[in-house]
Design a protein around this ligand. Structure first.
Ligand SMILES: *[C@@H]1O[C@H](CO)[C@@H](O)[C@H](O)[C@H]1NC(C)=O
Ligand SMILES: *[C@@H]1O[C@H](CO)[C@@H](O)[C@H](O)[C@H]1NC(C)=O
Ligand SMILES: *[C@@H]1O[C@H](CO)[C@@H](O)[C@H](O)[C@H]1NC(C)=O
Length: 384
């Protein structure tokens, strides 16, 4: 057996830890009537339009990386790392629009740049495109993709600044840790490790998640802070992205820490509408709801429930799903998002959020997978 064949189980063993042992049976969590009710919810969104809009407006490094991941999960689920085992020999699926992103990034990259996006102020963000580069490598079989991925990995692991604890900085110019990093870099390291038969890389991906959690997770309230170290800090519990990126990133690395510790922290503050507030744990009157983070957190919770069978937060995610659907207009645009550069104000009127569009795709893909798994379980269960 090659190491690759056992890389995926090893990843699970290393990263899932106690989580795998704690998977509950279906009937311990939701009553059959609640389940039937949840499963009846059909989408009211035209997901094709949401997708086209996402492709239209993604431009910055992390927006392209998140879009590539969203398209992979939505359109080519068998190629996603959330399918198991990780496959590299599917011949009948060609992820053309993910490869297009890799091609565009590659043709814009100067040869001197190790990072996939040159002169980005972020270490982590360009790494989010790494998985698309690796996917393009083995589906398109062109070494320029794999050498670009190797360059990015080399910069990340050997050149980027690190904290004294060993956490890789999210910034190029100083050591500063942002919760966003958890979605951008460790999943790339882990995917590289799985494809390259490297347990060492899998371990490094996991270590970074642990180091980031040590620095940024606020045990008292069960939420992630946004930025620590460096020239300035941001200790607020922003929803968007800050808790959403971290939760979704950890999931992609299949982390050990029980999902309930990151996801339930957030759902405890869910609004009656189903939404999450931009500034999660303050008086609703002093902030605003954020449809983007609501979508990303719903996606993570559906994935977590599907992987572990723990449906504790499935209803909260289903309420969030309904809220997000009601925030998508007839033309496929998500409204009610947060400005992606300042985090503290709503997006300007008429300005859509590129990452928000992709989060809706991630949510729909996660919901579809969750629903399919539950229907299968119900069909096979003597309880129903
Ligand atoms: C669902 O199952 C998990 C694991 O057994 C348990 O910790 C959790 O409390 C359960 N949730 C509910 C609502 O019963
Ligand atoms: C979604 O919108 C596209 C483009 O307008 C249209 O072709 C398609 O039929 C719509 N799909 C659904 C399910 O309404
Ligand atoms: C790139 O693809 C080739 C051919 O499938 C494969 O041998 C190689 O390991 C891949 N490189 C990486 C870094 O995944």
């Amino acid at each position: 057996m090659t190491l690759r064949a056992c890389a995926y189980p090893a990843l699970i063993l290393i990263l899932l830890g106690v989580l795998a042992l704690a998977a509950p049976s279906l009937d311990t969590n939701l009553s059959s009537r609640r389940l039937q009710w949840l499963l009846k919810r059909d989408t009211t969104m035209n997901i094709t339009l949401v997708r086209d809009n996402a492709v239209l407006i993604a431009m910055r490094s992390w927006e392209l990386g998140t879009l590539a991941e969203a398209l992979t999960e939505l359109e080519y689920p068998s190629l996603s790392v959330l399918a198991s085992p990780i496959v590299t020999n599917v011949v009948d699926v060609y992820p053309s629009d993910v490869v297009s992103i890799a091609v565009a990034v590659l043709s814009a990259k100067p040869s001197w740049s190790l990072a996939l996006i040159s002169s980005d102020t972020s270490v982590g963000d360009p790494c989010s495109i790494g998985p698309a580069m690796l996917l393009a490598n083995w589906t398109f079989n062109d070494a320029s993709f794999s050498s670009a991925a190797y360059g990015q990995l080399t910069y990340l692991l050997s050149y980027a600044p690190r904290s004294s604890s060993g956490a890789i900085s999210h910034r190029t110019d100083q050591v500063q840790l942002w919760s966003d990093f958890v979605y951008m870099a460790p999943p790339f390291i882990a995917y590289y490790g799985a494809l390259a038969d490297s347990l060492d890389l899998l371990q490094q991906a996991y270590n970074q998640v642990v180091l980031y959690r040590q620095e940024l997770f606020d045990e008292d309230v069960g939420l992630w802070r946004h930025v620590t170290l460096g020239g300035w800090q941001d200790t607020n519990h922003w929803a968007t992205v800050r808790n959403g990126w971290a939760a979704a990133g950890m999931l992609r690395v299949l982390m050990t820490i029980r999902g309930s510790t990151q996801a339930s922290g957030v759902w405890a503050y869910q609004q009656p509408s189903g939404a999450i507030l931009n500034y999660i744990d303050v008086d609703p009157a002093s902030t605003f709801t954020d449809a983007s983070s609501t979508a990303l957190l719903a996606a993570t919770t559906f994935r977590f429930a599907t992987l572990t069978g723990d449906q504790t937060h499935a209803e909260a995610a289903a309420r969030a799903y309904a809220f997000v659907q009601s925030s998508v207009d007839a033309n496929g645009w998500l409204w009610g998002t947060t400005d992606v550069l300042t985090w503290s104000v709503p997006s300007a009127t008429g300005v859509a959020s590129p990452e928000g569009q992709s989060f809706v795709l991630l949510m729909q893909a996660a919901y579809d997978a969750w629903r399919t798994a539950l229907q299968l379980e119900i069909a096979n269960s003597i309880v129903f």
